[in-house]
Every structure is written in structure tokens, then in C-alpha cells.
Write a protein that binds this ligand. Structure first.
Ligand code: UD1
Ligand code: CA
Length: 423
């Protein structure tokens, strides 16, 4: 379902000083994807089409990652989260619906949680909802100060009193606002004296002072709202996303023998009764069919698909390639820009030489082909149906192996058909 009454802002202008990096924080990767990419995808997946990313630090790099697919506005100086929302004022000045605000550094958030929070927000009259959770070590996060169940204020760590610091319920930085109420209130936010920034969290207290309600939408799984401030956090969110995905694959009937020793990008499709053995790396957007055996020590890059019942064994690298049903690529092989048909046997040590120094070239290996050990196919090459190569064969570029025939040697030569038969 598309949520027409909600517009979303992703705050991604901050530098991320605590990353000690030349790269802006939101472009650091977890689970094979930039943090910002995770956040935008989650919002899209929740059904929100109108998304604006507030960019600032390394705006050009961030925009180039978004590749024109998502709207951006520029925050010229990073003067805090309230300032960031104000930078996008033109996007909600005359908007009478609700605004979702999400920080660009919270990649573990699930779309279903966003949807539930939105439902709860729309059910009752309020100026804002804040997504919260209780955590054991709340330091670094804003604390939720409650009164009669509702939110009275959000206090940043630096400004909190000793007793407020003991509060374990924290602000995720994810909010829903009635757009017009927010617009009115934002202009009242003063610069925080300690940090010299305009805090978005300050609008909450303003709402309360003008008699508006602020809801807390508290979730039980705090890992979902983990923010990334340091490299250590990056490793933590990687683990959280990995566990979320593990749960999803497990419900789809997939065995991942040792998840801690396996990297599978978020969103990969894996069919029922497939087993992923340890030390395997699977990139974004890969599709793997049912009843496959993958790894140990396999690397399958983005843009690849593996058909039902296929085997991708040890030290096999698959790049932008399609492997057909029941084909076996069991040992020490590189397949790049290759289309492999059904029931193919790819011998140990086979290489498709797909790069000629200038461009990537394609290889086609048709159904039921048998490639002997150490075959090298210098792309572009086509090996036709039921053809065979002997061990150590090198098929030169722009050649094809005829249907049902066998080639051997360097460079590959056809074996005499008759002689071969009479043997
Ligand atoms: C913020 C919240 C805190 C909450 C925490 C959750 C405030 C004042 N505090 O703190 O209550 O617990 O998030 O992770 O909001 N950004 C901009 N422009 C700016 C400043 C920041 O776009 O001028 C972006 C950053 O790129 C980042 C997000 O806003 O993606 C949050 O900023 P960050 O500095 O990480 O806020 P926290 O100190 O973590
Ligand atoms: Ca943060």
C-alpha cells in the first residue's frame, strides 16, 4: 500500500566526525550497502513515495549515490537536526499531512515497525509521535521524559541531570509530526548553548507547552533503532542486520550453517532447502533457487542468479552471471559475465577470461555442456549444447564450440568426430 498522507525526510547532512573518516558517515556500508541506502529502502518499503534527503557534508557524493532517484535539499551549514528539517521547509510549508523524520544513520529499522508506528500515530490526535526503546546503556542518546504516559520532553545527554541520565528509554531520532504544527514550532527552537546547534528534540517541549500531545511509540527490540556514530557501531549494526536477515531466511527454509562466518547482503532471495556453507559471501540482489548447495568459500557477486538444484562449491567466484538449474560448479572456478545453461558440469579450475583489457566480454555455456578441468574460455565464447572440452583446453576469443563436439588443446581444436567415435 502507498501512504499518500505521509512525506518523509531523511537527515543525512552531518559529517560523522566520530567515524574518523574521509567519507561522510551515511555512505559507510553495513551488510554490503551504505547506511543511507538501507534507510531510504525501508521508508520506500513502508509505502512512502514522497522522500526528501537533506544533504550537506559531501553533498555531491551523497547525491551521486542516490543517483537522481530520490529528491534532495541542501543544508548549507550543519547547525543541528532542527536546522536540517528547516532546510527542507519548502517541501512541507503548504503540506497538511504528516511528516516522517528519520536519521540517515539508523539502518536497522524495519518497514513493518514504521507502518505500525504510522498506524498508531494516525489513530489518535497528537502533534507528534516519537519512536523509542529501552536500552541498557543509554549514553549518547536523548532520554525520553514522560508525564502521564505521554512525552513531556527529550533531554540530550549533555543537558540531562544525573537523575535524567538514569532513564533508559531513549529517542531513536525517528518521529512523525503533524507538518503544520512542526512548522509553527520550529521557529521557536533556540540554539543549544552547549553544542551551538538547533535541536529537533526541543520541539517536543514546545508542543507540550502549547497543550499539544506527543506520543511515544515504544518498541521492545531496541536493536532496530541503533544509530551509527563510530566504526564500532558500524560493526554492531552489521550484526543486527545480519541477524534480521538470518531470521527471514530461516523462515524461508534456508540453512545457513554458520551465520557468523557468512556474509549475505540484505534482501538476497534464497529458495527453500538451500544450504549456505561457511565463509561464503553473497552480494546484493543475488537470487538463489531451491535445493542449492553454496560454498564453503564461495563468492557470488551482485547481478548473479543461481538456478534450482545447482552447486557452487569451494573457491568459486561468480560475477554478473546466471547459472542454470542443476549445474555444478564445484571447485576453483571464476565465472564472469557468463550465462550457464542447465545440467552443465564446470570442471575444477575453469576460468572465463571476461576482461580483454578494455571491456567486459560475455561467455555462453549452453545446456548439458561438460567443461574439463582447467578450461579457459577467452570471452566472447559460446560453447554449444552438449559440447565438451578436454582438460587444459584454451578456447580463444570469438570462437564457439559446436553442438555435441569436443575440443582439446591450446588453442582449442576439434577432435575428429569419426576417429573419436571408433575409439
Ligand atoms: C540525535 C538526537 C538524539 C537521538 C539520536 C538517535 C538530536 C538533537 N538528538 O542525536 O536525541 O537519541 O539522534 O540516534 O536530534 N544531521 C543533519 N544536519 C545536522 C545535524 C545532523 O542532517 O545539522 C543528520 C546527521 O547526518 C544524522 C542525523 O541527522 O544522520 C542525526 O544526527 P547526529 O549528529 O548523529 O545526532 P545524535 O547526536 O546522534
Ligand atoms: Ca546519531
Amino acid at each position: 500500500v502507498t501512504l499518500k498522507g505521509i512525506r518523509a525526510f531523511v537527515l543525512a547532512a552531518g559529517r560523522g566526525v566520530r567515524m574518523y573518516s574521509d567519507r561522510v558517515k551515511v555512505l559507510h556500508e553495513a551488510a554490503d550497502h551504505p547506511l543511507l541506502g538501507h534507510v531510504v529502502e525501508t521508508i520506500e518499503c513502508a509505502g512512502i513515495r514522497n522522500i526528501t534527503v537533506v544533504v550537506g557534508s559531501q553533498a555531491r557524493e551523497v547525491r551521486s549515490f542516490l543517483n537522481g532517484k530520490v529528491d534532495t535539499v541542501l543544508q548549507t551549514e550543519t547547525l543541528g537536526t532542527a536546522h536540517a528539517v528547516l532546510a527542507a521547509k519548502q517541501k512541507f510549508r503548504s503540506w497538511f499531512g504528516d511528516l516522517l523524520v528519520v536519521p540517515g544513520d539508523a539502518p536497522c529499522l524495519k518497514a513493518e515497525t514504521l507502518r505500525a508506528m504510522i498506524r498508531n500515530h494516525l489513530k489518535q490526535p497528537c502533534a507528534a509521535s516519537v519512536l523509542t526503546a529501552e536500552i541498557q546503556k543509554p549514553s549518547g542518546y536523548g532520554r525520553i521524559i514522560r508525564q502521564d504516559g505521554d512525552v513531556l520532553a527529550i533531554r540530550e545527554e549533555l543537558d540531562a541531570s544525573p537523575s535524567e541520565r538514569k532513564i533508559k528509554e531513549i529517542n531513536s531520532g525517528i518521529y512523525l509530526f503533524c507538518a503544520q504544527a512542526l512548522l509553527k514550532t520550529l521557529s521557536h527552537v533556540q540554539k543549544n548553548k552547549r553544542k551551538q546547534e538547533y535541536y529537533l528534540t526541543d520541539v517536543i517541549q514546545h508542543f507540550r507547552e502549547t497543550g499539544e500531545r506527543v506520543l511515544a511509540y515504544r518498541i521492545s527490540d531496541a536493536t532496530e533503532i541503533l544509530g551509527v556514530n563510530t566504526r564500532l557501531d558500524l560493526a554492531r549494526v552489521h550484526e543486527v542486520i545480519t541477524n534480521q536477515e538470518l531470521e527471514r531466511h530461516s523462515k524461508n527454509g534456508v540453512t545457513i550453517v554458520n551465520p557468523k562466518q557468512t556474509v549475505i547482503a540484505k534482501g538476497v532471495t534464497i529458495g527453500r532447502d538451500t544450504t549456505i556453507h561457511p565463509f561464503t559471501w553473497i552480494g546484493r540482489g543475488v537470487t538463489i533457487g531451491r535445493k542449492c548447495e553454496i560454498g564453503p568459500y564461495a563468492k557470488i557477486h551482485s547481478g548473479s542468479s543461481i538456478g534450482e538444484g545447482a552447486t557452487i562449491g569451494s573457491f568459486v567466484e561468480v560475477v554478473r552471471s546466471k547459472i542454470g538449474k542443476s549445474s555444478r560448479v564445484k571447485h576453483l572456478t571464476y565465472l564472469g559475465d557468463t550465462e550457464v545453461g542447465k545440467g552443465v558440469n564446470v570442471g575444477a579450475g575453469t576460468i572465463t577470461a571476461n576482461y580483454d583489457g578494455k571491456a567486459k566480454q560475455k561467455t555462453v555455456i549452453e545446456d548439458q555442456v561438460f567443461l574439463g578441468c582447467d578450461t579457459i574460455l577467452v570471452a566472447p565464447v559460446r560453447v554449444k549444447k552438449k559440447a565438451k572440452t578436454g582438460a587444459g583446453t584454451v578456447v580463444l576469443a570469438n570462437h564457439s564450440v559446436p553442438r555435441g563436439r569436443t575440443v582439446v588443446g591450446v588453442p582449442a581444436k576439434l577432435i575428429n568426430k569419426k576417429k573419436h567415435r571408433t575409439k
